[in-house]
Ligand binder design. Structure first.
Ligand code: GLP
Length: 265
């Protein structure tokens, strides 16, 4: 797991967005796994800016959202359909038919989940999955105790998540979410976390045991998982200085002229 600690929220979002831009420029028909939540707003803003500046073209990209609340209409302001339109789809050129999000009002929920999994397979699997993280360590809506091998299915949200997302426990109780097993099949994963309120979840994800009590800790088993966070979200990491040293020197290795300059000094 690579841990990248940056000093501001803006830098974190830009770093995550630039990795998406680089992938799409390399692979025009990339399959992206997309997330929602406040954390992702800056990432979508940076991606929309890159599109506006003609630095990236999403016309052949396919996207799959991680999750959606059950029972809300897609135009309900609380739905992830609405969120995605407002913050991303309305600002870039991903084709309508290539923006996939679980149906919040399916006739047959189990069939919807199976078809979502099939659609991901049919498109060749996810190249890059973006993730936020809940304060309890959930990714997508895989709440603590979720099976680390589960596929797309319905999950019941915890009171903590309802309060975090709606301010009370009256919001939608159920959601369709990709499972940890689905997420782990993405070729690359970038988890973004911002702020001190995520510090505990981040430390359990990166330095804790792999456990269903912190579903994001399963990412320790992924070969290409990156955690991009600000200093506040990194504050409880024991090996923070090491991660920072590695990141700084890795950038020097990627730019060998910096090393040569140092040698010549
Ligand atoms: C929701 C989403 C998650 C997201 C989490 C954190 O529960 N299902 O995908 O990571 O919220 O949201 P925020 O970034 O607003 O803290």
């Amino acid at each position: 797991m690579e841990v990248i600690i940056l000093s501001s929220k803006k830098e974190v979002c830009k770093e995550a967005a630039e990795r998406v831009v680089a992938l799409v420029n390399r692979r025009h028909n990339a399959v992206l796994g997309l997330a929602t939540g406040r954390t992702m707003l800056g990432v979508y803003k940076a991606l929309s800016d890159a599109y506006r500046k003609e630095r990236v073209d999403f016309s052949s990209v396919v996207s799959f959202n991680l999750d959606e609340y059950l029972g809300l209409s897609p135009d309900d302001p609380l739905s992830f359909h609405h969120y995605m339109h407002e913050h991303f789809f309305d600002h870039v050129n991903i084709k309508q038919e290539n923006r996939l999000i679980p149906d919040p009002l399916p006739e047959d929920v189990d069939r919807e989940c199976e078809e979502y999994e099939d659609a991901i397979k049919k498109r060749g699997g996810i190249d890059l999955q973006l993730l936020g993280i809940g304060k309890d360590g959930h990714i997508g809506f895989n709440e603590p105790s979720s099976s680390l091998r589960a596929r797309t299915r319905v999950k019941t949200l915890t009171n903590e998540t309802l309060i975090d997302n709606f301010g009370n426990t009256d919001g939608p109780r159920f959601a369709i979410t990709m499972g940890i097993g689905t997420i782990m099949e993405a070729r690359e994963i970038i988890l973004v976390a911002l702020g001190a309120e995520k510090a505990d979840a981040v430390s359990r994800t990166v330095e804790g045991p792999v456990t269903a009590s912190c579903p994001a800790s399963a990412l320790q088993l992924h070969p290409v998982a990156k955690v991009i966070i600000d200093t506040a979200a990194a504050q409880s990491l024991k090996r923070k200085d090491y991660y920072m040293w590695v990141w700084e020197h890795k950038r020097q290795v990627e730019k060998p002229h910096l090393l040569y300059k140092k040698r010549g000094e």
